[in-house]
Design a binder for this molecule. Sequence first.
Ligand code: IFM
Length: 451
Amino acid sequence: MIEAIYSFPRNFLWGTATSSHQVEGDNTNNDWWLWESEGGRIAKGHRSDKACGWWDGRWKEDLDRAAESGQNAHRLSIEWSRIEPSPGQWDEDALDGYREIIKGAIKRGLTPMVTLHHFTNPMWMAEQGGWLAEEIVDWFERYVRRVVGDLSDLVKLWVTINEPNVYAYEGYLAGLFPPGEGSMRKTYRVMRNMVLAHAAAYHAIHEIQPEAEVGFAHHYRGMRPANPKSPLDRWIAGYRSRAFNDLVPRAASIGRLHFLGKRESVPQAAGTQDFFGLNYYTQEHVAFDLRNPGELFGRGFFPPDADLSPTGFIANVPEGMWVALNWARAYGLPIYITENGVEDDEDSVRPRYLASHIRQVWRAVNFNWRVRGYFWWSLVDNFEWERGWTQRFGLWELDVKTQERRKRSSADLYAEICKANGLSTEMVARFAPEAFGEIFPGATLPEGEQA
Ligand code: IFM
């Protein structure tokens, strides 16, 4: 077989992404800890407990794994409830703890990308109204100033808020995240406040650190009309996509909020992204459904022939990554893929999911689209919010009780990709032969490799 390789540019960032509550353990002072303890909220009554033990020091062994497998970046988040346990009170030890982790990443050759808010809130903030409170923009800016003031000598890449759309929909419409509400009006309010808090953080970070690069991590969910010939399906797919995918990035680009017919001007948010952070996992079909007003008269589903993850949470649609990148590129900014991944305890879908998504990223790079880096979700199995430990996204498997890690085959595949700065025919033939034809159309599998 003739060897071929999809090569990436020099200095491309290859990493994995994690978040504080999902890996640290013992985050007893945030709203998720309380939510988990209330019972009936999390699959099988699971709790984050010690999570992956990062706050007890296990970040060292996991970052060793990342570095040894050729990664050159890591995206992690800071836990607000540790830094500011009560309003205006700063925990210097917690700040030192993050300093040590970030220094540890840099020492291992991993460029840190740091997220300032990833779904969890300090208890005091949740009790005073959370993201609906009038004061939230000032609270967030105060916290951001403290963290960035402390860590700007180590960190250049800042993500202010992770997935505002997911946070708002899950917490305020679907009710699966705290505070468990079901109100469209509040969902909009929270997204609006997140845009304003991001804008305030963006300006504050640049004041403290002019050379910083600041953005959001946007969750893009592909939405295709179930029946492309049906005008109603086409309309509802577009409508839902605009409400879910477009609201926040548009506001951070042009300074205008547009949600379900409501328009609002937020000029302070215009032009507040130095890069576009893109989280892409899957694409769904959307059908018009009058019986489903709670979901904006649409019903999202995966088609019967979809290549599904074990719990059916994610369909493997690599073409959707291309669509997402094309969508993100319209904002005219450099792009980081801040998350991409699949839950798969058996590691049966993950190798082909990984390889075929990397190929789509390469297509974009090959057209000179400004894609600067890729962060796989996630390094090690971690606490999956309302799905608890029932979903496993890690390159390394975690035994939650013993804290032992076991390498999955996908970790080896990703290590080879990172080290080669590209994806080769030989890698795909070994790790995901069933996707060989799709990833290298026209090439033939070497003898002995099973498709
Ligand atoms: O685990 C989450 C992460 O916290 C945010 N993006 C999606 C991931 C997988 O569900």
